[in-house]
Design a protein. Structure first.
Length: 254
């Protein structure tokens, strides 16, 4: 990742206030990109912008609920108004599900999960692709999950939402390949972020079992996913599109 250069590129990152999105925003900025950070968490998102600017980078925060069409349209419009274009989009905002067997989950949970994890990614892609078509190309990476590749007991709705992200990714890659737009997903295993901390608070003692799911013998770090995202957004992956890149320490090949 060290030699990837995004100088002169404009990147949009959703869920940029925390975890994987925060790591990606910092990494894009450190490699020369102007970054638009989109999240519902204004204070934490602005703090990431301040960190980027203090290090000499360029970034702006736009308060964005990815489930809102108007918010998403405004975030993409900000990239264009502020920096002139949109080269790389990382559609990463997402929410997890507490442990429920399918028959015990309710409609409100289903609707929230689909609104953020699926409609949010679709809305982002819709507006990003419109801009990328106007300017002649771009790269999009969506955050799916290992739960977008295989079933996830007690997380059926989350798994359904992430399988949907994979469907959006594959279909858009086919539709827009000849237009210079590449679309891929990353499918992380269990990564050490606030999302994991919340899960461990609900279920103390779960960590050892989670480590045991990863043949590589450890959980993932934010940087493990960020490296894959930047590579997929860069010219180094020019012939890779419609791909679901598992960043999972071999979890899904067991
Ligand atoms: N951490 C893991 O183990 C793991 C594994 C696989 C996939 N993922 C996926 O990675 C992505 C990032 O997760 P993370 O682990 O960095 O979690 P995180 O909770 O640290 O960060 C998620 C960010 O998304 C933001 N967000 C939530 N709802 C939003 C909305 N409606 N609009 C805009 N922003 C919103 C939150 O404010 C937060 O800043 C998610 O899509 C998640 O499903 C995480």
């Amino acid at each position: 990742m060290q030699d990837l250069d995004f100088t002169g590129k404009v990147a949009l990152v959703t869920g940029a206030a925390s975890g994987i999105g925060r790591g990606a925003a910092l990494a894009f900025a450190a490699r020369g990109a102007c970054v638009v950070l989109a999240d519902i968490a204004t204070e934490a998102g602005q703090a990431v912008v301040d960190e980027i600017v203090a290090a000499g980078g360029q970034a702006v925060f736009v308060r964005t609920d990815v489930a809102s069409a108007a918010n998403v349209e405004a975030a993409v419009a900000t990239a264009v108004a502020r920096y002139g274009r949109l080269d790389c989009a990382f559609n990463n905002a997402g929410v997890e599900e507490e442990h429920h067997r399918l028959a015990d989950s309710d409609e409100a949970l289903y609707d929230r999960m689909m609104a953020i994890n699926v409609k949010g990614v679709w809305l982002c892609m819709k507006h990003e692709i419109a801009q990328m078509l106007r300017q002649g190309g771009g790269t999009i990476v969506n955050t799916a999950s290992v739960a977008g590749l295989v079933g996830a007991p007690k997380h059926a709705i989350y798994a359904a939402s992430k399988h949907a992200v994979v469907g959006l990714t594959k279909s858009a890659a086919i539709e827009y390949g000849k237009k210079g737009i590449r679309v891929n997903s990353v499918c992380p295993g269990v990564i050490r972020t606030a999302m994991l901390e919340r899960a461990l608070e609900r279920e103390p003692g779960w960590e050892a079992a989670l480590v045991g799911l990863h043949p590589i013998g450890r959980l993932g770090q934010v940087g493990d996913v960020v490296s894959a995202v930047l590579w997929l957004c860069s010219d180094a992956s020019a012939f890779v599109t419609g791909h679901q890149l598992a960043v999972d320490g071999a979890m899904t090949v067991v």
